[in-house]
Design a protein around this ligand. Structure first.
Ligand SMILES: *Cc1c(COP(=O)(O)O)cnc(C)c1O
Length: 367
């Protein structure tokens, strides 16, 4: 039997090959290789998709976070509250602007930010909160916004995994002050290289980020501030524009797989979805006390899985100087030890889904 890869990126290309080839050829033939109409067209389309008034395309998801923090004036001496369990980019963005990431533990059921823990993490130095829609499941935005508004803090959403997810029937994309997206190839809306964006309803903020990404310049060779080069590549914008028209259909396919997994799996803890959440299912993450063995036995049967994430940010060497020790964020540490991401993707066949369910149900309960 053919192996089931954790993720088949080529399948996403083959499904739209003619349209993607034509879009790439169009940009190549246009002779316009930096910014320009392709970027503007995609920005408008993605803003509309997200229900946001503005979208600023940038070079990647990390830069989307960094430039949002910079544009909001977050910097040295200030603190930003972040999840203890997230991809390290969420923390790195805070560190990159010279501020300090202040981790809080997630809700044990949803794995997302626990609004009840926010208040106690706020100090006079706190400027912002970054909520992550982890694995594509929206964070509980209303109670988080209640705290950030009452305490005059910015809310930044790390939506790198949540393209198309809805919170109380409203699409993620404009709840917070800035919503940050990654179009890394493996994301639900993935480019063929690095790409990212920020969506927002704040016109000034959108303009500020658009200026920062382009050397702090709005008019060529007139530099208003010390910006950077973090522009969305027009070839990537053209590819993303093609894929965006299929995103709803692909999200539906992910939701169908997630439902089949949740209905069919035994012997593992499946994701808990609150009734106000309609996740985008970037990842389908189960938990098992003998995760490493489960992963190995599945691999022996040709089923690819991954761990998101094996080392929480506070235990990474990158943050060793901050003095964190094991046991400080027990939920993040437990998740790193027992979580396993099963294969999921819009092109995954029904038969492959069945094989994953059958294998997990045969192996997991006996471990
Ligand atoms: C992928 C990801 C990022 C970073 O995006 P890049 O485009 O790789 O820079 C940030 N946060 C989360 C939660 C992610 O999954």
């Amino acid at each position: 039997m053919a192996a089931i890869p954790f993720l088949d990126l080529r399948a996403g290309y083959l499904a739209l090959q003619d349209d993607i080839d034509a879009a790439v050829a169009r940009v190549v033939n246009s002779g316009w290789y930096i910014m320009g109409p392709e970027v503007e067209i995609f920005e408008a389309a993605f803003a509309a998709f997200c229900g946001a008034s503005h979208c600023a395309g940038v070079a990647n998801g990390l830069d989307a976070l960094v430039l949002s923090l910079r544009a909001l004036g977050v910097g040295p001496g200030q603190e930003v509250i972040v999840p203890s369990n997230t991809f390290i980019a969420t923390w790195l963005a805070v560190s990159a602007v010279g501020a300090t990431p202040i981790p809080i533990e997630p809700d044990a059921q949803t794995y997302n930010m626990d609004p009840a823990l926010l208040e106690s993490a706020i100090t006079p130095r706190t400027r912002a909160v970054i909520a992550v829609h982890l694995y594509g499941q929206p964070a509980d935005l209303d109670p988080i916004l209640a705290v950030t508004r009452a305490r005059n803090l910015f809310l930044i959403e790390d939506a790198a995994q949540a393209h198309g997810a809805t919170y109380k029937d409203i699409r993620v994309g404009a709840h917070g002050d800035a919503v940050c997206w990654s179009f890394y190839p493996g994301k639900n809306l993935g480019a063929m290289g690095d790409a990212g964006a920020v969506t927002t309803n704040n016109t000034d903020l959108a303009e500020h980020i658009s200026t920062l990404r382009n050397y702090g310049s709005r008019v060529k060779y007139v530099n208003e501030e010390q910006g950077t080069n973090s522009r969305l590549d027009p070839i990537q914008a053209a590819v993303l524009g093609v894929k965006l028209t299929h995103l709803d259909e692909w999200t539906q396919a992910r939701r169908t797989i997630a439902r089949r997994y949740s209905d069919g799996l035994a012997g593992v803890t499946t994701p808990h979805v609150p009734n106000w959440a309609n996740p985008a299912w970037h990842l389908y993450v189960v938990r098992h006390p003998r995760r490493d063995t489960l992963m190995q036995v599945l691999a022996d049967e040709g089923i690819g899985t991954m761990i998101h994430y094996p080392i929480p940010p506070h235990l990474q060497v990158a943050y060793a100087k901050c003095g964190y020790t094991k046991g400080m964020f027990p939920l993040a540490e437990t998740f790193a030890d027992d979580m396993l991401s099963l294969p999921i993707g819009p092109q995954m066949s029904h038969a492959d889904q069945d094989r994953v369910i059958e294998a997990v149900n045969r192996i997991a309960p006996k471990l």
